[in-house]
Design a protein around this ligand. Sequence first.
Ligand code: XMP
Length: 325
Amino acid sequence: NWSMKNFIDTEIQRIRTLVGPDAEVIGAVSGGVDSTVAAKLMTEAIGDRFHAILVDNGVLRKDEAKIVKETLTEGLGIQLTVIDAADEFLDKLAGVTDPEKKRKIIGNTFIHVFERCAAQIKPKNSDKEIEFLLQGTLYPDVIESISFKGPSQTIKTHHNVGGLLDNMKLKLIEPLRELFKDEVRELGEIMGIPHDLVWRHPFPGPGIAIRVLGEVTRSQVAIARAADHIYIEEIRKAGLYNQISQAFACLLPVKSVGVMGDQRTYEQVIALRAIETTDFMTADWFPFPHEFLKKVASRIVNEVEGVARVTYDITSKPPATVEWE
Ligand code: XMP
C-alpha cells in the first residue's frame, strides 16, 4: 500500500530530525500491536539508541514476557529489556479488592519500575541522557483522553505517563497519534510484524488483576491465567479468534459445589467472556456453538485445579462493561 509505505518513510525522517544524531529514546512495550509498531518504527529510525522496556507486572498472560522477548528481540531486532517486577506489583496489590484502586496501584508501580529501569539503562550509553519517551498512542486514545469524563476516567492508567514526563524530564514522541487501529495493523503487516501479534485481541494494562475479582493473589492469578490460556487456545483451534474482538476468562471469588470422580469438590467459578464490537463502546456477546462451550468448560474444570464450575457471560455492553471490574 503506497500511502502506508509513504507514511513509514516520512515518519522515520521526522523521528530522525526530532531526535537528532545523539539522543536516546526509551519506551514501554506491552506485546500489543500499538507499542510493537511504534517500537519497530523507532528501531528503523534510530537503531539501538532506542531502548524498549517490557515490565512484567505479574499479571500478564501465560508466557507473555518470554514470547514478547522472542518476537521483538529475535524476530524484529528491537533492543528490549524485560524487567521482572512481579513481586513488587503483587506485594502492593495484597489485600486490595477495589477495581479502581487496583488500577491506580498498577499504574503507579509501573511508573516507579520504569523510572528505575531507565536510570539503569543510561550509564551504559556513556554520558548520554535519555531525552525522549515513545508512546504508541493512537488517534482514538487522543480523542478519548480529551473527551471522556465517565466514572472510569482512570481507564488506560498505563497511558498516564505524566509522571514520567515530569520526573524524568522526558519529551514525548507519539508516531501513531494520527492513526486508527486498522491503519496501525496495516502498518504492522508492512513492517513485518508477525500476523498473530498484529491481530491480537486488546489486553488491558492492569491485566489479570482486573480479571481476578476481589483480592489478587499469586494463586488466584495462576488459576485465571491457566483458564484463560485454555480458552484462547480452543478459540484459535476452532478458527474463531478473528471473528471475536476480545475474549478472556475471569475468576470469580465464590465457591461452588461440584463432583469429580466420586469426590465432592468445593471450588471457585470461572466466567468466560467473548465479545464482538467495532469501537468497544458497545459490544455484543459472541454466540459460540454449544459444543465449543462444552469442550472449554470440561477442559477448564479438568485441567485447572481450584475450579469447580464454568459459566459463559451473556451480557451485552451496555449495560455490562467488557471487563468484569
Ligand atoms: P470496558 O470494561 O470499559 O472495556 O467496557 C473497554 C475496553 O477497554 C479495556 N480496558 C482497559 N484497558 N486499562 C486498559 O489499558 C484499563 O484499566 C482498562 N479497563 C478496560 C477493555 O479490555 C476493553 O478492551
